[in-house]
Structure formats: structure tokens, C-alpha cells
Design a protein around this ligand. Structure first.
Ligand code: HEC
Length: 323
């Protein structure tokens, strides 16, 4: 994951270059607020929502709105499901504001395969609420939007697998735009979208720093929070994926390691447990997050410790189905 600051620099560069082009081509392009990023910059191309409704990118989705935009495709087996699950956490944090003054858009970069029906099924798996549109359209139109947001694939790069995990956050009315990693802490993203973009007009008084939780210094805890917690809990019930309490006692260490590193390969090779899990959790596959051995070992140690803590004195929830 690229550091936030470099992401923002990349955005600033993309937008400044874009702005220069827009201004050079059309000196009178500036919107009322003085922002060069209005209807003359963003393409007003048609897109189709997960409910089959046709909308226009600038007129219907951007004009006068605060928006969060990312690019995904439903067949993506690595970071897109994590991005979507994290964005679902941001949606929960922003609550009723999503759909009122903040709008989320996930645009498919595989529009030929991602029909509105596919996108609807995908959105449902992540318990997406109103105010978040999943969009498909003509490939050339999607490519144009990608380019204008500084998110086109680099030359020679696979346009699907090479897509960046970037969120574009913006307020069309004030002309403030920024980019962030879609894998960032959902609380941070929610503050940026909900408060920063509206110059803190909506800011509710927060809690004191003295109440702040100490940041997890444990590597396993940190990895779990940033890469897994959007879909899993340990002892708090199923999320998009299963509750992982007790998982390190019901599965062998080697199975767990292999599965966390390469779940897609295990399903492809018809490992019986991986296949059963895949079938049970209907089509949201556990993503391959390209973690290495040391990271996976730290995660398993964390799952072990959490399970021990929660089960202290209590018999483990899951018992002897070990492989
Ligand atoms: C986008 C959601 C998502 C993310 C992120 C995710 N998982 Fe999963 N995970 C799932 C789903 C869905 C399943 C069950 C279906 C399957 O296995 O394909 C699963 C299954 C599992 C299982 C097997 C559970 C069992 O009963 O054997 C383990 C272990 C697991 N995940 C660990 C992790 C860890 C560790 C991380 C973080 C590095 C992680 N997952 C990140 C969705 C996710």
C-alpha cells in the first residue's frame, strides 16, 4: 500500500496537470467557485447503476455533491473485496449522511462482464446500503473517467490487475479533491469525507485524546485490523466472512498458513475445506492479500491469543473437525 502522502502528491500532480489541460483548452472553464474541475473537466458520459438506471457522470453523480469514488471489478480475487468491505465500514461510520450529502460510487473497470445484475449481487454480499451506487457502462466511457481521475492503467499494464487501490474523495461544489488509499483506516476516511471536505461544518464534538485507545504495536493485531477486520471478527459473530474464533484449533497450522496466503489456489485445487467454505459463503471468496510467511505467522499467533483470551475458562466454540 503506497503511503498516503505519495498518493496525495500523485493526485495533486494528476489534478494540476488535468487542470492545466482543461484551462489551456478552455480558458472560461472555471466553475462559479473558481474550481477548474466542473462540467468542462469531468466527462458527462452515461453509466448504468446496479438497479439498471442510466445516469450521467457529471450531471447526476458529481454536480454539487460530496463523493467517494473507487474502481473495482466483481471477479477480482485480491484487493477489491477488501476495498469494498472497508468502504462498507466507512458507509456505516457516516450513517445517514450517505445518500443525503455524501455519495459513494464504485465503478467497474470490467464493464463488459459486470452487468447491473452482477453488480447488484456483489453489493448485496457486502450489505451495501442506499447512497452507494455500483456502476457499469461502455468501456471507453469508463476509461475516460479513469483517466480524468488520474487512475488510468499505466502503459503496458494489465488494465484490470494493474488497477490502483485508490479512493478519490471530492466535493464538486467547493472544488476540493484528494486521493487516499482504499485500504486506509475507515475512521480516517470517514473524517476526511465527512468533515474535512465540508470544512468541518458537520463536525460533531469528539472524545478527548485522553480516551484514545493505544495503537496496537503487535504486528499480528495491526495486520488483522488493517487487512482482515473489515470481513472477520474474533468472537463477535460472522461478518462478510466467518467468525475466526477457535479457527487455529480446528484447522492445522499448515492448512491455515496455506489458506491465508493463497485461498484462491486452494479453491482452484479443490481442497475440500476451502471448497466447502467457498460454497457456504456464496461467492465472496476469501481474497488473496499476497501476505508472506512472517505476516501470516503473526496473524495466526494473534488469532491464537485472541481465542485463548476469549475462551479463558470456556470450552472452544468450534471443536475437533481438524484436518
Ligand atoms: C473481503 C473479505 C475478507 C477479507 C478482507 C478477509 N477474509 Fe478471510 N474469509 C472471507 C470469506 C468470505 C471466507 C469464507 C469463504 C471462503 O473461504 O472463500 C473467509 C475465510 C477465512 C478463513 C477460513 C475459516 C475457517 O473456518 O477455516 C480464515 C482462516 C480467514 N478467512 C482468515 C483471514 C485473515 C487472516 C484475513 C486477513 C489477512 C482475512 N481472512 C481477510 C472473507 C475475507
Amino acid at each position: 500500500m503506497p503511503p498516503k502522502s505519495s498518493n496525495r502528491i500523485a493526485l495533486a500532480t494528476a489534478l494540476v496537470l488535468g487542470a492545466m489541460t482543461a484551462l489551456a483548452l478552455c480558458p472560461a472553464a472555471a466553475a462559479d467557485n473558481g474550481s477548474p474541475w466542473g462540467g468542462n473537466y469531468f466527462p458527462n458520459v452515461p453509466l448504468v447503476t446496479q438497479d439498471g438506471k442510466t445516469v450521467h457522470f457529471y450531471d447526476d453523480l458529481l454536480r454539487g455533491k460530496t463523493v467517494v469514488i473507487n474502481f473495482i471489478y466483481t471477479k477480482c480475487g485480491d484487493t477489491c473485496p477488501l476495498e469494498t468491505a472497508k468502504l462498507a465500514q466507512v458507509q456505516r461510520l457516516l450513517g445517514e449522511r450517505v445518500g443525503k450529502d455524501v455519495f459513494f460510487y464504485s465503478i467497474s473497470i470490467d464493464p463488459e462482464r459486470d452487468t447491473p445484475q452482477e453488480l447488484k449481487a456483489y453489493a448485496d454480499k457486502f450489505h451495501v446500503k442506499p447512497g452507494w451506487l455500483f456502476l457499469t457502462g461502455e468501456k471507453k466511457d469508463v476509461e475516460l473517467i479513469r483517466k480524468k481521475l488520474g487512475q488510468a492503467a499505466r502503459p503496458g499494464e494489465n488494465a484490470l490487475t494493474g488497477h490502483s487501490t485508490t479512493l478519490t474523495l471530492g466535493d464538486e461544489a467547493t472544488g476540493q479533491w484528494m486521493q487516499d488509499s482504499a485500504l486506509d483506516d475507515p475512521k480516517y476516511v470517514a473524517v476526511m469525507v465527512g468533515d474535512w471536505l465540508s470544512s468541518w461544518q458537520h463536525h460533531a464534538p469528539g472524545t478527548s485524546y485522553t480516551e484514545a485507545r493505544i495503537v496496537d504495536s503487535d504486528k499480528g493485531a495491526y495486520l488483522f485490523k488493517t487487512r482482515c477486520a473489515a470481513c472477520h471478527t474474533v468472537g463477535h459473530g460472522d461478518g462478510v466472512g466467518p467468525d475466526l474464533i477457535g479457527v487455529s484449533s480446528i484447522r492445522s497450522r499448515s492448512w491455515l498458513t496455506q489458506f491465508i496466503e493463497m485461498p484462491d489456489k486452494m479453491v482452484a485445487e479443490r481442497d475440500p475445506i476451502a471448497t466447502a467454505l467457498y460454497n457456504k459463503y456464496k461467492q465472496v471468496p476469501m481474497p488473496n492479500l499476497r501476505l508472506g510467511d512472517p505476516d501470516v505467522a503473526a496473524l495466526i499467533a494473534y488469532l491464537d491469543a485472541q481465542t485463548r483470551e476469549r475462551n479463558a475458562g470456556v470450552s472452544p466454540k468450534k471443536t475437533s473437525q481438524a484436518k
